[in-house]
Design a protein around this ligand. Structure first.
Ligand code: DX5
Ligand code: ZN
Length: 216
């Protein structure tokens, strides 16, 4: 069970310290939300920021691309130091090619589904990816409420993965707190993104511990 704090809810003027704070507090990955103002109605950061934070932490950088034409930017994010790159199925009609591109850069590859997108769309690539990210809110902003109807999708993908890719990581993102994390863990998720549930607390270590406790 891994906790991936999302820096979307961090204080960007103090980004380096905000990352070190969650690393010290027991985080497993750093979740980096990349938004382009087209695929989602918000704009965040690009490869320059990923490159700037890379030397500040030993933790894997889990880069979630909420952008159109993701394949165009794989090389830049890989060269900037991403350890995982996840691309939205809804933004990419050539998934195999993009997954191969990510892997050829020595980066772990993942695919992402919005809450309203059926699990079937990623079944053909399940054996090719390291991670499936299931959005439990509609992407674009932190602090939204968990959408419970995604839970059966977690179960379904874990069942399929048990057949073809038992080491697949299933990550959930959006509205994750100790209660919703426990529900997702029960369904088969093993990586938990949390933005506001960690960064809106003054003691980030305690927030991470509380999340981990809910998962045992
Ligand atoms: C939403 C992002 C999330 C976001 C989660 O579009 O992909 O990673 O930071 O924030 P919380 O945990 O506050 O829902
Ligand atoms: Zn995210």
């Amino acid at each position: 069970m891994k906790i991936a704090p999302s820096i979307l809810s961090a204080n960007f003027a103090e980004l380096g310290n905000e990352i070190k704070d969650v690393e010290k507090g027991g985080a497993d990955y750093i979740h980096v939300d990349v938004m382009d103002g087209h695929f989602v109605p918000n704009i965040t950061l690009g490869p320059m920021i990923v490159k700037a934070i890379r030397p500040l932490t030993a933790l894997p950088l889990d880069v979630h691309l909420m952008i159109e034409n993701p394949s165009q930017y794989i090389e830049a994010f890989a060269d900037a130091g991403a350890d995982y790159i996840t691309v939205h199925v809804e933004a990419d009609p050539h998934l195999h090619r993009t997954i191969q591109m990510i892997k050829s850069k020595g980066v772990k590859a993942g695919v992402v589904l919005n809450p309203g997108t059926p699990a079937e769309l990623i079944r053909p690539v399940l054996q090719d990816v390291d991670m499936v990210l299931l959005m439990t809110v509609n992407p674009g902003f932190g602090g939204q409420s968990f959408i419970p109807s995604v839970v059966p999708k977690i179960k379904q993908i874990r069942e399929w993965a048990n057949e073809v890719n038992p080491s697949l990581e299933i990550e959930v993102d959006g509205g994750i707190n100790p209660e919703t994390a426990a529900v997702c863990a029960e369904a088969g998720a093993d990586v938990f993104v949390a933005g506001s549930a960690i960064y809106n607390k003054s003691d980030r270590g305690a927030a991470i511990e509380e999340l981990k406790k809910s998962l045992v």
